[in-house]
Design a protein around this ligand. Structure first.
Ligand SMILES: Nc1ncnc2c1ncn2[C@@H]1O[C@H](COP(=O)(O)OP(=O)(O)O)[C@@H](O)[C@H]1O
Ligand SMILES: [Mg+2]
Length: 266
């Protein structure tokens, strides 16, 4: 079953700059697609267009069907119904998703209560359980904390718990570990991998880091200047790239890895 069907997606600014150019891809139910590309290649705008969240001054054309709903040109009311239920998003910076003035528990209680119909003590218990599921130590304490009172890695776990609270069919993760320390990155990546597998959730995973994409996706799509360069099983794309551009990305990543290995062996 095709969950997300993107055809000829094009994003242009009002001034006429084309930022995403005739992009087509699909994500099946339970499938995990990686969107790879350097900074500025149009990855984030693609995910925002999928959610109908493009910034003012930009327009999408083409077709984006999410669980059978057309997103391009849809009225806000239809988009609100789709967000959360069919797709939820985790951004690079967890503070984007979190209200700084609201305790963490209340923020998760919103979407969780809407979906489950739970209230009062039962809802509070479900919130603590949601925080436990993202392996937060002392979930009851975290529920009472404000976002600034917990660490960056813990905030990203909270953002993940919020996204999962909606039980979306598709999780969109846009550079979810890029802002974190390397050791925390690995933990969050492993957690995300486990949680989406357990729930058989589809994932659109965005990163400039090929190694990260290779860890958590089945298929990969390489973007350059808003255009698709190459698509295929992720291990083929990373292990035996066909496009010259992908080869240069892989070579760059290898050179960096070799340099890091050399350093750490000293
Ligand atoms: N709000 C905006 N207004 C104008 N141009 C933008 C805006 N957001 C992004 N862009 C441009 O669109 C291109 C793609 O951006 P983006 O999707 O954020 O790239 P990526 O996520 O791959 O780093 C970049 O050239 C960027 O400068
Ligand atoms: Mg981006």
């Amino acid at each position: 079953m095709t969950l997300l069907d993107v055809r000829g997606l094009t994003v242009r600014t009002d001034e006429g700059r084309t930022l995403v150019d005739d992009l087509s891809f699909t994500v099946g139910g339970g499938e995990r697609l990686g969107l790879i590309g350097e900074s500025g290649s149009g990855k984030s705008l693609t995910t925002l267009a999928v959610l109908g969240l493009l910034p003012a001054g930009m327009t999408a054309t083409g077709s984006v069907e999410l669980a059978g709903t057309q997103i391009v040109g849809a009225p806000e009311k239809r988009l609100t119904a789709v967000r959360g239920r069919d797709a939820a998003v985790v951004f690079q910076e967890p503070l984007t998703a979190l209200d700084p003035l609201m305790r963490v528990g209340r923020q998760i209680a919103g979407p969780l209560g809407r979906r489950t119909g739970l209230r009062g003590a039962a809802l509070r218990a479900a919130v603590v359980e949601a925080l436990e599921q993202v392996r937060l130590p002392e979930p009851a304490r975290v529920a009472r904390a404000f976002p600034h009172e917990i660490s960056g890695g813990q905030r990203q776990r909270v953002a993940l718990a919020m996204a999962l609270a909606c039980a979306p069919a598709l999780l969109i993760a846009d550079e979810p570990t890029t802002a974190l320390d390397v050791s925390v990155q690995a933990e969050i990546l492993a957690l995300l991998d486990t949680l989406v597998r357990e729930r058989e959730m589809a994932v659109l995973f965005v990163s400039h880091d090929l190694a990260v994409v290779a860890q958590v996706t089945d298929r990969a799509l390489v973007l350059k200047d808003g255009r698709a360069v190459e698509e295929g099983p992720v291990l083929d794309v990373v292990g035996a790239p066909r496009a010259a551009y992908t080869r240069s990305l892989v070579a760059g990543a290898r050179t960096l890895q070799a340099a890091l290995d050399l350093r750490s062996s000293r």
